[in-house]
Design a protein around this ligand. Structure first.
Ligand code: PMP
Length: 303
């Protein structure tokens, strides 16, 4: 059973504190309306094993600010303070044998229906295996991605993950570890915590954000990697049936990284993924620093 780690420390109310001190009042909007915005950042040990690099930190901070702006949540920190807090927490928890995933959340701790809103930056960091993800089987959920006029998928807020949770539970019942959600037009939106890339006739295709996916940083990274490898990359709507006849499919995201899909519903995909393998190879050499890529910026920490 998946259990969330309980690290020794977190960043809460302005400083690093013991894990047990990360407590919010039940009357806060963070609890009563689930009001928060968040980011997930990934940090990798560099090939030399001396430096630790967090991928695309300015872009994650910018998206956190955009989510906060859309929900009228004031951001209590600037980029420098955000970066310093992430570095401090990693330095207090790092292990040589593990990479790390940092969840940065702005929780609304004061305010009522948008008046007097005050947010606190909370950081939690978890250890991750250094392995690359293995291929998985996915299903297409009967649950639907919300729309821009209902709960905008562009906002990275916990409420946007209620349907994702339903889809994951549905997936577990059907024997799938991850699920793809369709949008209100029955076209591909995204997976529960990652975006979908398909390959058809040597072209890498992903739905645009207006089809109901997050404005993903990893999709932007993959587009840059495709450009440098001379692979065509196109953003356009994707029909459900295109998933079943695609040459290759993978999920991409900060936490998911790049996961090849073996089977989708009852359709088995071809067992070789030459283009996804090329993208994955280039992605891994960039995040580990063995072959830097201009599309993969790293905020380096020297423990
Ligand atoms: N969609 C959802 C719903 C996600 O939670 C994530 C992970 N942040 C993604 C897509 C991928 O976004 P990114 O590449 O910025 O991590």
């Amino acid at each position: 059973m998946a259990q969330l780690q309980k690290p020794a420390r977190l960043f809460f109310n302005g400083k690093i504190r013991p894990w047990e001190e990360g407590v919010l009042h039940i009357s806060s909007e963070a609890v009563t309306r689930g009001l928060n915005v968040f980011e997930g950042l990934k940090g990798y040990w560099q090939e030399d094993e001396k430096n630790f690099g967090i991928v695309a930190m300015p872009r994650h901070f910018a998206r956190l600010q955009r989510s906060a702006r859309l929900l009228h949540i004031p951001c209590p920190v600037d980029y420098k303070q955000f970066e310093r807090a992430c570095h401090e927490l990693i330095l207090s928890l790092y292990r040589k044998d593990k990479d790390m995933w940092v969840r940065a959340t702005l929780y609304v701790v004061e305010g009522h229906w948008g008046e007097g809103t005050v947010a606190d930056l909370v950081l939690t960091a978890y250890q991750h295996e250094k392995e690359q993800p293995a291929p998985i089987d996915v299903g297409i959920s009967t649950w639907q991605r919300s729309a821009d006029v209902t709960l905008p998928p562009r906002i990275k807020t916990s409420s946007n993950y209620q349907v994702a949770r339903l889809a994951r539970i549905e997936g577990r019942d059907r024997g799938f570890s991850e699920m793809i959600l369709l949008n209100q037009w029955g076209r591909v939106a995204e997976a529960t915590g990652a975006c979908v890339l398909i390959v058809r006739d040597n072209v890498v295709i992903t739905p645009p954000a207006f089809e109901g996916r997050l404005e993903s940083i990893t999709v932007a990274i993959m587009a840059d990697i495709c450009a440098s490898l001379g692979i065509r990359f196109v953003e356009r709507p994707i029909d459900r049936t295109e998933l079943y006849i695609a040459d290759e499919i993978c999920l991409v995201g900060t936490l998911a990284e790049i996961v090849p899909i073996r089977k989708i519903d009852h359709y088995v995909l071809p067992d070789h993924s030459p283009i996804i393998n090329q993208l994955a190879k280039r992605f891994w050499s960039a995040v580990r620093g063995s072959q830097p890529h201009p599309g993969v910026d790293l905020s380096l920490i020297v423990p």
